[in-house]
Design a protein around this ligand. Sequence first.
Ligand code: WTA
Length: 635
Amino acid sequence: MSNYHIKHLEEYFQVYRKSVRNPESFWEEVAEEHFHWRKRWNSVLEWDFTTPEIKWFDGAELNITENCIDRHLRIRGDKTAIIFEPNDPKEAAEHITYTQLHERVCKFANVLKDQGVKKGDRVVVYLPMIPELAISILACARIGAVHSVVFAGFSSTALATRINDCGAKIVLTSDGSYRGNKTIDLKGIVDDALEQCPGVDTVLVKKRTGEKVEMKAGRDQWIEPLLDKAYSDCVPEIVDAEHPLFILYTSGSTGRPKGMVHTTGGYMVYTAYTFKNVFQYREEDVYWCTADIGWITGHSYIVYGPLANGATTVMFEGVPSYPDHGRFWEVVEKHKVTQFYTAPTAIRALAKKDLDFVTKYDLSSLKVLGTVGEPINEEAWHWYNDHVGNKKCPIVDTWWQTETGGILISPIPFSTPTKPTYATLPMPGIQPALMDENGKEIKGNQVDGRLCIKFPWPSIARTIWGDHKRYRDTYFAAFEGMYFTGDGALRDEVGYYRITGRVDDVIIVSGHNLGTAPIEDAINEHPAVAESAIVGFPHDIKGNALYGFVILKETGEGRNRENLEKEINQLITEHIGPIAKLDKIQFVEGLPKTRSGKIMRRILRKIASKDTDNLGDTSTLLNPEVVEGIIKESK
Ligand code: WTA
């Protein structure tokens, strides 16, 4: 029996039992047999969920790029590591072999070194989905620098906040980016952001769109000439297993974004292991995850997990609707994709279009389909299964988080029988628990509660950059001795898990986590706004859309409401990005509040979802009279 590659259900149960009976020897075996370490660990795991402190493979030394690139060179140097599929289908796809990837990563690493980047320095990467995005993060890892990718759809303010939070001195970007028929001026956004970032002294710019950009003397340089001059080999910096590999920001329910810190050894082991099993990856496969590397899905399952397995991974620059709604399927046919991993919001959008967009392509190469990011509804699941998978491809509904680093709950294709809307069973090593509101574990099946994990797994985030207390308070304080996910879940009669959604003030819109507080902060900056509250409501493509309840100041009362709505959305776009724009805005006289002054979002959620027959207990409200008025004028 191989711990590393599970091939049938019985084997899954055996491996799972072993993994929870003795997690340390389980992960030790996986780590030993499948990875290249420069020095062995002193201990497999040291942990304490109270402090909290978690260390995997402590004392071990490695470089993750040796595992993702160098060790493949001898056996699969000419194999394609990355297929780059550009936004414009008329532009040729690029096939980058492992040998070429090695050379490009080394050159990039040498450029970073020449710019003075050292082990432990943070490098902010604000690049579109072009090969340099993957190459630059691997280059950081090559020299032990900590990458922090900011999704290139975030606004200049959001970018500046992240740059300042992690204290980066260098930013990597491009002149612009392509998204469908739009061109975005990324360099201009960086220039705006840097007005608020005095610590940044270097900006390296990759040419992509060829649009004219301003290059600030002494700060900005084009990357190409530097790469041309760079030496094509770079000795990897050997780091401790617990050396930070990257920081990736995720929204919190309150306050600033949280810079989740992932470290090297455990992250590598867990993402590689789950990639292999969840996608049943085999040597000749072509795997495609449509996420952006600006999100955790792209980090773990476009770059690190696939490359650690010597896989061929597709990077797609474009969008599913350009040049038409058949683009995904055209790319599947063109590259003979075997595993396809996307988000429910994309499936829902495509399912609304003519079926010809799907049927005109040959999708027979597909073996496994995946989804991630939000609950998938039954209708979308069936459409995906029937029309994309032709009822032959198991769907892996993978549940996980930026904080978890890798997939925690998912079917194993060809082993776990799937069930629409269920993420099904925990991965080996993962011990889920459902908790009630009083902090007690709910045992048995056919129950629901708050989803926690009882025991550490190798890729759990180790801290929040610069704020360990917030890390403890957010994830380890709600339920003693457990990691709290912020999600609700139910366990059915056979023990399958279904994720029911967030139980905190994070709202998932089109698969993107958005905290209510930062959006409210942006709105409240409007001079006419006194107070606001954001809630989610069901939306047939985005999953959730945002509904804003806004109280105007007396001075704002006379203003044109339509203009105000535009200005509010403009502020949100500036502060966070267009993904956080509100679908509906209602101006209200007051907001339902508890006696302690907290907004009762539960009631607003019901109003936004048009579910006002039973508002539940409103007796604890300070101002029950406002509710009627809000309902009457709701949109
Ligand atoms: C949600 C994305 C239901 C969940 C990898 C989680 C899901 C949040 C699923 C994390 C799924 C992710 N079914 N809900 N298969 N996958 N979620 O950090 O609420 O962007 O807490 O990580 O997305 O989002 P994040």
